[in-house]
Design a protein around this ligand. Structure first.
Ligand code: ADP
Length: 259
């Protein structure tokens, strides 16, 4: 399942500091949306607010509305743990659990959520998730060996397998290739291209070529200066943003004149 995200006038705070201001956007299902913009403009903060990871920091909160297929993710009675199950996340540095085997890593999220699954069901879920993450062929003969024994690129695909084992609607990726070599980066980019058939994907990237290669839609964020909140400047089809942006600041950024 793949769902639409809508943010409406979202403000995001760390205590009294407003890090992101008034973001309204629609993120379409079965597509890849890239967030670009200079460091500190709030891309990661906005991304983490989408699955309620932001609020784990003391004092961190949001104002405004965030909808997943029309349902208010910050509504009263909504369990943030359930939101994070529906909206999975992959981080900059691959973070497999070091003491767990490859298979245990894939199933870790399910176990944390106290799902009772039989051994054969577990095997099926692990295989499907590893196939989905383009990792199965490389690891099928060593499923019981530690996940930490894999290469960086394989570890990142393992983390993607762990995320998709939860059958999420949305996958958030915060610079998922920044710790990877160019070959592993291409493998992840290819994988993102395949995953968008089934998921809503949002990726934060510093790498403009990557945004141009993998995304259908690009959102450009900017910041007026230190201490100011980051804002969404424009969002459009990736081709339009890179070839004919509406705003001068977008053009300056993508042509490397600042940031
Ligand atoms: P980006 O991802 O675009 O580089 P961030 O979302 O990391 O930007 O940061 C946006 C703003 O929020 C920055 O001013 C940053 O210093 C601030 N910020 C990020 N994380 C925290 C935190 N844990 N506590 C307080 N401020 C933070």
């Amino acid at each position: 399942m793949s769902k639409r995200i809508e943010s409406k006038h979202l403000d995001i705070y760390y205590g009294s500091f407003k890090a992101v201001e008034d973001v309204s956007m629609t993120i379409e299902p079965r597509s890849v949306t890239a967030f670009i913009g200079p460091s500190g403009c709030g891309k990661s903060t906005f991304l983490r607010s989408l699955n309620r990871m932001h609020e784990v920091i003391p004092g961190a909160h949001v104002e405004g509305q965030l909808l997943l297929d029309g349902e208010d993710l910050y509504g009263p009675g909504v369990d943030p743990v359930n939101v994070r199950r529906q909206i999975g996340m992959v981080f900059q540095r691959p973070n497999p659990f070091p003491t767990m085997s490859i298979k245990e890593n894939v199933l870790a999220g399910l176990k944390l959520n106290n799902k009772r699954i039989s051994a054969s069901e577990a095997d099926d879920i692990a295989e499907k998730a590893l196939r989905g993450a383009n990792l199965w062929e490389e690891v099928k003969n060593r499923l019981d060996l530690p996940g930490s024994g894999l290469s960086g690129g394989q570890q990142q695909r393992l983390c993607i397998a762990r995320a998709i084992a939860m059958a999420p609607d949305v996958l958030l990726m915060d610079e998922p290739c920044s710790a990877l070599d160019p070959i592993s980066t291409l493998a992840i980019e290819d994988l993102i291209g395949e995953l968008k058939a089934n998921y809503t994907i949002v990726i934060v990237t510093h790498n403009m070529q990557q945004a141009a290669r993998v995304s259908d839609t690009t959102a450009f964020f900017n910041i007026a200066g230190t201490g100011h909140p980051g804002k969404l400047i424009e969002m459009d089809r990736t081709e339009k943003i890179f070839h004919n942006p509406a705003e001068k600041s977008t053009e300056d950024y993508i042509t490397g004149r600042f940031g």
